[in-house]
Every structure is written in structure tokens, then in C-alpha cells.
Design a protein around this ligand. Sequence first.
Ligand SMILES: [Zn+2]
Ligand SMILES: [Zn+2]
Length: 323
Amino acid sequence: MMRLTAVGTSGSFAGPASAASCYLVEWEEGERSRAVLLDLGSGALGPLQAHIDPDALDAVVLSHLHPDHCFDIAGLYVHRRYSPWALAAQEESGAVRPPLDVWAPEGAEARLTAAYHTDPGRSPRAAEAHPTDLTGAFAFHEMREGQGFSVGGVRFEPFLVEHPVECYALRLTGAEGEVLAYSGDSDACPGLVEAARGADLFLCEAAYQEGRDTVRGVHLTGLRAGETAAEAGAGTLVLTHIPPWTGEETVAAEARGVFPGPVEIARPGRSWTVNAHGAEATTAVPVEAPGQADRQPGRAGLTDEPAPQHHRQMQHHRQRGPR
Ligand SMILES: [Zn+2]
Ligand SMILES: [Zn+2]
């Protein structure tokens, strides 16, 4: 059984009621819990902290490198490298957290490093500047169609979909055969149907409205999302990536006209359990937000392996403080 929680559901940019794309997938493996993010778009690191301690993540999978799907990696980098507990642990014992696995299309590391921005320009501290190295916090893995990967007992399969930049739909198969599919950003295409084939829950974008958005090759309308779900034989269709200028009831009605199964709308905080016999909406229970001033310095995810290469950088950063 996997649990899906919508963290950010606004399409293309953050909206007044939601951050941009981010979905938390969790499951149990014996005594331990696993947690993987599908995308971490603009603004999503904020509400994410109401659902999980970012230190508890096992991996992040980025469908593509548009800002509404990946830009809060910059904030997660600060969280992993400069939290008071991470710095204290490193100072005391040299303990360093292992890098977090990030699966993304080609070029992610260079692009996200550039997004973080480290050129000191005319800063009075320019002489102390050094290139930011995201690999201290993240281990980047290049996604390719046909090359699946696993996080614990869940299998991830990327399918190249139709979007102006390299973008993957993701098919997640759990230990009991349950399938959760996520469209990423895509217009209708064969890869998207394959990703969603027989999925118990299909989380699918519907950024466009019929009769208004005529451009092709970028996004789905509610109608095309419904047609894709029907062709794939998906169980429950959950529409998401709906920008502030698109009506969620409009795209849901379009989808319901062509898809015989349940059509639901993702909103921040909504969650679903995904079982081999189908998907079921549940109520998300936000955790008390960690990372506030009253948090006890912890050692979540830290190991005692020294990291001599990063140690000097860390000291150096600490004088300057996080950005
Ligand atoms: Zn998008
Ligand atoms: Zn996009």
C-alpha cells in the first residue's frame, strides 16, 4: 500500500491557495517508513513541512526541470546543509548526512546549481566565495526511458512524454502490485498511456481547458486527461497541475464526460491510499511542522562518517550563514 499526499497542486506557478507541483508518496517496509517526493516545485518546501520532516525523505524524483517542478530543491539544499542540527553534528563529530538521491532528467545538477546562484558579483565577501557544490547534499541520477529504478520495495519506471522539454511520466509499482502513475507535464501521447496502463490511481495534469487553450504538445485539457485515463484503463483519475486561470470544475467535467471511473481533484493536503484493488481518498493528517525554533537539534539521517572534503566548506559557510 502506498499513500499519496498532494503538497502543491497549482499548475505552472504557485497560486493563491497552493504551491506548485509536489506530491509525497509514503509506504511502510517492515519497521521503517519510506518517503519519496514526486517534484518539488516553487513554494512547495513550505507546505511539505506540514506533512513530513524534510530530513526524513528517502529520495526526490523530478519529472522535468521547469521551475514549477524543481525550484524548491534550492531551499531543500539549504535545509540539508545548514540546519543547526546538521552543522552541530558535523562540528562535534564530523558526522555528515548521506546525500539525498535525486532522480531527474539530464543536466539537472548543473541547472539547479545555476538556479541556486553562487556568483558573488560585487559582494564584499567575494574573496571568500567558492563554487556551490550541490553534490554535498544530493546524489543526482539521470533518468532515462526504459531505465527503471527502485527506492526500497517500490519500482519507478520513467516514460518520456510530450512536453517542450525532456519530461517523464512516472509509474510506481508497490510491493503488492499496486500502481500509482503520475503524468508529469504532458499532452496526450503513447508514453503517457503506457505509464498509466491499469494504474490504480492516475495523478494527471489538466492545465488546459477545451475551447480556450488550442496549443498542442504542452499540456492536457481535462478532456484529454480523461481520454488518456480511459485508454489506459486507469482506476481513479486525480486531476492536478491546475493553474489559477483554469477552472478545476471545468476540467473535471471535461474528464467525466469521457472517463467512466471516479474523477477527483488534487488540492493541497488531500491524500489517497493506493492498493492493488484500487485507490481511496483519505484525509491527510499534517504533522506538527518541524524545523521551528523549538525543535530539538537532532541527528536524523546523520552518520558518523567524517566528510573531510566538506568540513572546511561547512565551517566557512557557517560564518556567512545560510542564504
Ligand atoms: Zn508544470
Ligand atoms: Zn513543464
